[in-house]
Ligand binder design. Structure first.
Ligand code: PGA
Length: 248
């Protein structure tokens, strides 16, 4: 009932020539996949190249960040209208790297989601616990805080949630299928209690997703897709993840 949704988060990788080469190689590999929504989030400087090459493709173009004001004196920031103008229809907000290295709080994340949604951008909201928090038995508490703070007064339409345990990001350490599903089920349970439409919202898993672990993840009832970092940088490995999520 929920269409699988696989997203590539390229982080600070891929200049425009690399983006062009990736897309040219990637498109034929996924041409026959119709039952998976695919998103690519290149860095800002590669959005124009991606948007030109993906114009007549169903692949969604996403951004990795957005500012919470619509315009003004905010040197170095990027507005929702600038993203839309560059061909984006979605934006990743609250990634743990933004929270950790750029001091993004749930309050800032909430403001960003509001502005993005007001400007018709779909949003992938990232939540997830650190290793320390998991070991202290605080995973659900952390998820609840992040959801309540980030989604304050925000309805679920146009939203995707990405569960990304920080200890699994870029470490090669994937959460087990059961650990992921347990967290996803908790997130969906919280959403059911607090919002309309929780059964329709897609919850992606993120953290060292690879071609060889996607099928096991997708077999979990509450896992609806993946947010992929490292393994999304090569066309063949990202295509293998997309096809691995096909026909869930
Ligand atoms: P990873 O990153 O796949 O390299 O672990 C995932 C993410 O940060 O979105």
């Amino acid at each position: 009932m929920r269409k699988p949704f696989i997203a590539a988060n390229w982080k600070m990788h891929m200049i425009s020539g690399e983006t062009e080469a990736f897309i040219t190689a990637f498109l034929p590999l996924v041409r026959d996949v119709k039952d998976v929504d695919i998103l690519i989030a290149p860095p800002f400087t590669s959005l124009a190249a991606a948007s030109r090459l993906l114009q007549s493709s169903p692949i969604i173009i996403g951004a990795q960040n957005v500012h919470y004001e619509e315009k003004g004196a905010f040197t170095g920031e990027i507005s929702p209208a600038m993203l839309t103008d560059s061909g984006c229809s979605c934006v990743i907000i609250g990634h743990s790297e933004r929270r950790q290295y750029f001091s993004e709080t749930d309050e800032i994340v909430n403001k960003k989601i509001r502005t993005a949604r007001k400007n018709s951008l779909e949003v992938i909201l990232c939540v997830g616990e650190s290793l320390e928090e998991r070991e202290a038995g605080k995973t659900f508490h952390v998820l609840e805080q992040q959801l309540a703070g980030s989604l304050k007064d925000i309805p679920l339409s146009g939203m995707t949630i990405a569960y990304e345990p920080i200890w699994a990001i870029g470490t090669g350490k994937t959460a087990s299928n059961e650990q992921a599903n347990e967290a996803h089920a908790f997130i969906r349970g919280w959403l059911r209690k607090n919002r309309e439409g929780a059964d329709h919202i897609r919850i992606q898993y993120g953290g060292s997703v690879k071609p060889d672990n996607i099928a096991g993840m997708m077999a979990q009832p509450d896992v609806d897709g993946a947010l992929v970092g490292g393994a999304s940088l090569k066309p063949d490995s990202f295509a293998a993840i997309v096809t691995g999520a096909s026909a869930k």
